[in-house]
Design a protein around this ligand. Structure first.
Ligand code: ADP
Ligand code: MG
Length: 274
């Protein structure tokens, strides 16, 4: 494929500059007296055309981070910018519109609508956004994910890997600047996972999109350009050019470290309560 074609399909602007910026993002769940700080001041800047994996122990705030960055959840504090524009906070309709224009999201459990065909699932975001339903474009994306022969099938007639590829096509159909995936390979076998990771990588390398993916799998993380490590709602590390081995080792240390810090915090609390 020619370079120009790739740039055309990526959308109006070339993949330059900053795709995503978080400034001191906090998210506190629960009522006073019973609060959980899921994100404790996260600041990060991701360049356009980058592929970032987010890793961390269970409960470290990975999903909360993604949901806040994607406008699916509202931070308690801090600011989020996508493609240079601030995620508008006060108006639900504006936030939804913003999300539909600039953001794609892929879930672990695919979240396809069971009564809609493959083609209908993929064109739905265009309809919801009030955009022209370009079936040729939708078909081209479905061919790209290897499902050009399955347009009229229902999700239940597809394997898990195929369903996730439909979900990726659905996330890409609006040509979003940033595509988020929360454990997009978490429910897949190794081979389907590899297909999905290859498609996400292609979205970055060929189409200039920006991908942010939560995963607990070091092999999946090694498809990314860099890994952010999260612990207790904070970014505690960054690894460029990750290999599966290096990531696995870092995760092991991270789990030990978190346990030590929690034990120390517990001891301090006990001391303070004495
Ligand atoms: N809707 C919610 N209400 C209350 N607590 C929540 C909610 N969502 C997440 N949490 C808490 O916030 C923390 C981070 O959760 P999450 O972002 O799901 O972590 P991860 O995806 O890394 O496993 C956890 O302690 C979790 O229990
Ligand atoms: Mg999660």
């Amino acid at each position: 494929m020619s370079r120009n074609k790739a740039v055309d399909q990526a959308g109006a602007s070339a993949p330059h500059g900053e795709a995503l910026r978080l400034e001191g993002v906090r998210r506190v769940y629960g009522a006073e007296g019973n609060q959980v700080t899921a994100l404790d001041g996260v600041s990060v800047s991701l360049p356009a055309g980058s592929f970032t994996a987010v890793m961390g122990p269970s409960g470290s705030g990975k999903s909360t981070l993604l949901q806040c960055a994607a406008g699916l959840d509202r931070p308690t504090g801090g600011r989020v910018f996508v493609d240079g524009a601030e995620l508008a906070g006060d108006n639900e309709a504006a936030l939804t519109r913003f999300r539909r224009q600039r953001i794609g999201f892929v879930f672990q459990q695919f979240n396809l609508l069971p009564t809609l065909t493959v083609m209908q699932n993929v064109t739905l975001p265009l309809k919801l956004a009030g955009r022209k339903v370009d079936r040729r474009h939708a078909r081209a994306i479905l061919e790209r994910v290897g499902l050009g022969e399955r347009l009229d099938h229902l999700p239940a007639e597809l394997s898990g890997g195929q369903q996730q590829r439909v979900a990726i096509a659905r996330a890409l159909v609006t040509r979003p600047r940033v595509v988020f995936g929360d454990e997009p390979t978490g429910a897949l076998d190794t081979r389907s996972a590899r297909d999905v990771l290859g498609l996400l990588q292609e979205a970055v390398r060929v189409y200039g999109q920006t991908v942010v993916m939560v995963t607990h799998d070091p092999v999946a993380a090694s498809y990314a350009d860099s890994v952010l490590f999260l612990a207790d709602g904070r970014i505690v590390g960054h690894q460029p050019q990750p290999t599966a081995e290096a990531v696995a080792e870092r995760m092991t240390h991270l789990a030990d470290e978190v346990e030590r810090q929690r034990a120390a915090a517990g001891a301090n609390m006990a001391g303070a309560n004495r």
